[in-house]
Design a protein around this ligand. Structure first.
Ligand code: G6P
Ligand code: MG
Length: 232
């Protein structure tokens, strides 16, 4: 049977931490007089901590000294970690464990590809760490999604070619990173947000075992240029 690499994003794919990132950034932004919407928040998903604060400052037309920038990033992280500390296994998103177990049973390679520097403690907290053969997180990369670095490192560590890897992502930046890496991109979330993905599911409960088998066998392939104008 063929072996594929399944690379999972963490926040918003495995656990529902996206809402905690949003709460913590929003609270912090308010302290410096910046307000941002849930629509703008989509642009923060998958994006590193540094880049997120840069974007928020740009939205509010603010500049900060390097020291103040560092201080605010730390404050945001402390606030975020206070939510993480209370997390329980029940916050694993629906059918994620089932999907991981199915892929493990089918002898597939599984990696984490996340921008978060908190990835390992979060996976430990929800008792999923041992399901992953490889962890690539914000501590291992120098370029943030949509750069494909995080996923390319993952494929390399799994000893698989990028075209034999499949990425699960809830963020636009992450879907773009997977596409640039030439991996099959599977968006987890809304169609209108994640339309650049090869396949989109609301969550893992909608993904059938037949679909996963199709990815493993290679029957399900990368979709080509779906959104080209017809008169091209
Ligand atoms: C993920 C989240 C982002 C977050 C980034 C860094 O990609 O989607 O919202 O900013 O990780 O997370 P960290 O835990 O290192 O602040
Ligand atoms: Mg995410």
């Amino acid at each position: 049977m063929s072996k594929k690499g399944f690379i999972f994003d963490l926040d918003g794919v495995i656990v529902d931490t996206a809402k905690y990132h949003f709460l913590a950034w929003q609270r912090l932004a308010k302290t410096i007089g910046v307000d941002f919407s849930e629509v703008q928040n989509e642009q923060l998903k998958g994006v590193s901590r540094v880049r997120s604060l840069e974007k928020i400052l740009a939205w509010g037309d603010k500049t900060l000294s390097k020291t103040e920038f560092e201080r605010l990033m730390n404050l945001k992280n402390e606030d975020y970690l206070s939510h993480v500390n209370d997390m329980e296994d029940s916050e694993i998103l629906p059918d994620v464990t089932k999907t991981l177990d199915f892929l493990i049973e089918k002898n597939q390679a599984i990696a984490l590809g996340s921008a978060s520097k908190n990835a390992t403690p979060i996976l430990e907290k929800v008792h999923l760490l041992d399901k992953f053969e490889v962890i690539v997180d914000g501590n291992d990369v120098s370029k943030a999604k949509p750069d494909p670095e995080v996923f390319l490192i993952g494929a390399n560590l799994l000893k698989l070619k990028p075209e034999d890897c499949i990425v699960f992502e809830d963020s636009v930046a992450g879907v773009q990173a997977a596409n640039t890496a030439n991996m099959i991109s599977i968006g987890i979330g809304e169609n209108d947000v994640l339309h650049e993905a090869d396949y989109i599911f609301k969550d893992f409960t909608e993904m059938s075992q037949e679909f996963l088998e199709g990815l493993i066998s290679g029957d399900k392939t990368k979709q080509v240029k779906k959104n080209l104008p017809i008169n091209n």
